[in-house]
Design a protein around this ligand. Structure first.
Ligand SMILES: [Zn+2]
Length: 218
């Protein structure tokens, strides 16, 4: 009976005699089984319309279950939290420590100063220092090659700039320089010689022990 009422939707036949219909969405020729309904759909349109509808139903069922079992769900959540309290606290502490570590804060300050133009770096291949613009501090050297740039901090000048910036912001930077450079090393931000937080670089024709930021860190 269904086939009878839908036979007018058959617009052609395959060479083997299989009937073909037009997809009601995109008009593509497609096989169609009228047991599935009266409106022919090609496979891609079927996937979009029917599968999306099933997803929507599944989500609705989940929501209904959750609504009906709110207390059970909350109790399960609480039980899990009680059993994993230490793990949760440790994870929270790890996030705190990471965001408070001196190396991270120092790098944020350095980037802010660099972006503002309040600190500058000199080309390490220059023959000597140039006087920076007023209001600008020269805190080290840079070296560009193959599209990347490395920055070498003059430890004394860079540390002083960091401390002054932090003081002006009202949140003093109280970490000693050695601890800061060690933290940058631990964070993997610097190239260092064995057992040191510094690396010798040739600048202005002389070897100096500098904090050598890896390319892309500033
Ligand atoms: Zn279609």
């Amino acid at each position: 009976m269904v086939i009878q009422s839908s036979s007018n939707k058959i617009v052609g036949k395959r060479t083997d005699g299989t009937p073909l219909c037009r997809c009601i969405i995109c008009g593509r020729l497609t096989d169609w089984d009228f047991e599935l309904g009266d409106e022919p759909l090609c496979t891609p349109c079927w996937d979009i319309i029917v599968v999306a509808e099933e997803d929507r139903k599944a989500a609705a069922a989940q929501k209904t279950w959750y609504k009906a079992n709110k207390d059970k769900a909350a109790a399960a959540q609480k039980t899990w939290y009680e059993a994993n309290k230490d793990k949760v606290a440790a994870a929270q502490q790890a996030v705190r420590v990471e965001s408070e570590r001196p190396g991270r804060r120092a790098m944020e300050i350095l980037r802010a100063m660099y972006d503002q133009g309040s600190v500058v770096f000199t080309n390490k291949d220059n023959t000597g220092p140039t006087k920076p613009d007023p209001g600008t501090k020269n805190i080290g050297w840079f070296y560009s090659a193959n599209g990347t740039t490395e920055f070498y901090l003059n430890p004394t000048a860079a540390y002083q700039a960091i401390v002054e910036f932090a003081a002006r912001s009202g949140d003093p930077f109280t970490i000693k320089p050695e601890a800061l450079w060690k933290d940058l090393k631990r964070m993997g931000y610097t190239d260092c010689e064995e057992g040191r937080s510094t690396k010798v670089q040739k600048v202005f024709g002389h070897n100096k022990r500098l904090i050598s930021l890896k390319a892309g860190r500033l």
